[in-house]
Write a protein that binds this ligand. Structure first.
Ligand SMILES: [Zn+2]
Length: 155
């Protein structure tokens, strides 16, 4: 099994459960809206965060406003955030495990945001989306197929 205790301790200073859980919701919303992959290089900081997505065309301001609206809609559903430990085979039917290293242990930690999102993650999360606050897109820039989204959550 992955030693999440050590990993979480090492990252403690940089984790922000509210922002990180919002990132899960943002990822799922981007996947549903644009059919892209989840962000693979999220950079969560205390005050703001950024995620990159690869899209063939630059999203319109209206599409991005809709993403922001949708993330807040999900947050406002006050969904439970739950953690399950599944075998790799069980997990493979639910989430994309391609991001995990080959030597990842047989047991995979699956984090669910209600029935909106599920992904394999070892990070710290809130236990209910009601704890996140309001999601705000700060700015987005698009260059050579990469959309960089900066966001924050506020009380
Ligand atoms: Zn996570």
């Amino acid at each position: 099994m992955i030693d999440t205790t050590t990993l979480n301790k090492a990252n403690k200073e940089y984790t922000n459960p509210a922002m990180h859980t919002a990132e899960h919701i943002l990822n799922q919303t981007m996947v549903r809206t644009f059919g892209c992959g989840r962000s693979r290089n999220a950079h969560i900081e205390r005050k703001k965060s950024k995620c990159d997505y690869f899209l063939p065309e630059e999203p319109t301001a209206e599409q991005l406003a809709e993403v922001e609206r949708k993330v807040n809609e999900v947050i406002n559903l006050h969904l439970p955030v739950t953690i399950d430990f599944l075998t790799r085979d069980e997990a493979a039917g639910i989430v994309d495990l391609s991001k995990l290293p080959d030597h990842a242990s047989e047991t995979t930690r699956i984090v669910r945001v209600g029935d909106y999102d599920a992904c394999a993650c070892i990070g710290d999360h809130v236990s209910n989306t009601s704890e996140i606050g309001t999601f705000q897109l700060l700015n987005c820039d698009y260059e050579a197929g990469r959309l960089r989204v900066r966001f924050k959550v506020a009380d």
